[in-house]
Write a protein that binds this ligand. Structure first.
Ligand SMILES: [Zn+2]
Length: 333
């Protein structure tokens, strides 16, 4: 899975990047709450939710998606074993991620350990990220194919800075690409590019996530001109920005020649304890894994996006991002 090797780690083992096919780069499968379950059981029916996720993932494959990247990391309720069960029989490739999701402070476990900290020793953050990529996650044998980090509205706090730099180190040691969560409204992608770049990361190996929440074309083109991919990755999350606006921004950027730097996704999930299903269906009816296949791609076509550009955003760019291979445009140039 290292840069340029042509292999990508998935939940079923390494696969050739050429078979990734149409890929959703920022999604989730099951977001669980082990502490809640241990103390207040009854909210999460594991067997029934895994079965439901299996059903959803099969339908996603039938809708024409071949690979899903699950960016559920520490802080979001990662459980790779459940994801593996959910993926069984779906025919879908699932790439999982390592990383720490915090917008502000790290858990005390990390705050107190590492060079210059109360307990001293090596930075466990770096060690955990690298372990997930090189050795595998817990005892599952599944290796992470992506490193995720986050910067929220509060910006680069001390701990967020530490996470971004540990992410950079783990990337440089392993070659795994970096995918981020940002608050697009406060232009946090710039902070991430600055810090990751200062650590020596090639920004072409970085995907600035949730960029699709913004309609600021200046901000979006700056991120891409600096070399990164942008994630137009919350289709269906209409409470933040309606689908039609999201589609129009993508169509305009493609018209300006940026198709080789854009990827499309939903940032949705098969299960999360944070939503009651009936409320979710009422408030965000389009926020499911098949929405891009069933609606968005057609709408982009109506707005003038060509089948070649769709292929570039749905297949070529994810392949280049995950495997480190040059994109079509880079080859042409
Ligand atoms: Zn996400």
């Amino acid at each position: 899975m290292t840069a340029g090797s042509g292999l990508v780690e998935t939940i079923g083992g390494p696969i050739d990047a050429d078979v990734l096919g149409r890929t959703l780069l920022h999604e989730h499968v099951l977001l669980v709450e082990p502490e809640l379950d241990a103390n207040y059981p009854g909210w999460f029916d594991e067997d029934s939710e895994v079965r439901d996720a299996q059903h959803q993932l099969r339908r996603l494959k039938e809708a024409g998606i071949d690979t899903l990247v699950d960016l559920t990391v520490l802080g979001l309720g990662r459980n790779v074993d459940l994801v593996r069960r959910a993926a069984e029989g779906s025919g879908l490739n699932i790439v999982v991620a390592t990383g720490i999701y915090t917008m502000d402070e790290l858990p005390p476990f990390f705050r107190r350990r590492g060079p210059g900290r109360l307990m001293g020793g090596d930075d466990p953050l770096e060690a955990f990220l690298v372990r997930d990529i090189v050795q595998g996650i817990a005892e599952t044998g599944v290796k992470a194919g992506v490193i995720k980090c986050a910067t929220g509205e509060r910006g680069v706090t001390d701990d967020v800075d530490r996470v971004l730099r540990a992410t950079a180190t783990a990337h440089l040691r392993t070659g795994a690409p970096i995918s981020t969560h940002t608050d697009a409204g406060t232009f946090r992608g710039h902070d991430q590019q600055r810090i990751l770049g200062s650590e020596g990361v090639d920004l072409g190996r970085v995907l600035i996530g949730h960029s699709g929440d913004s309609e600021d074309l200046g901000y979006l083109t700056e991120l891409m001109d600096a070399g990164s991919y942008i994630g137009m990755d919350r289709f269906g999350m209409d409470t933040i920005l309606p689908t039609e606006n999201r589609c129009r921004v993508v169509a305009e950027l493609v018209k300006r020649g940026y198709a080789s730097r854009i990827v499309l996704s939903h940032d949705t999930n098969c299960y999360t304890v944070n939503w009651e299903k009936d409320v979710r269906e009422r408030v965000l009816p389009d926020w499911h894994h098949r929405f891009i296949s069933e609606y968005v791609l057609g709408r982009l076509g109506e707005l003038g996006v060509s089948p070649d550009d769709i292929d570039q955003m749905m297949r070529v760019n994810p392949r280049s991002f995950l495997a480190g291979a040059p994109s079509r445009t880079e080859v042409a140039a």
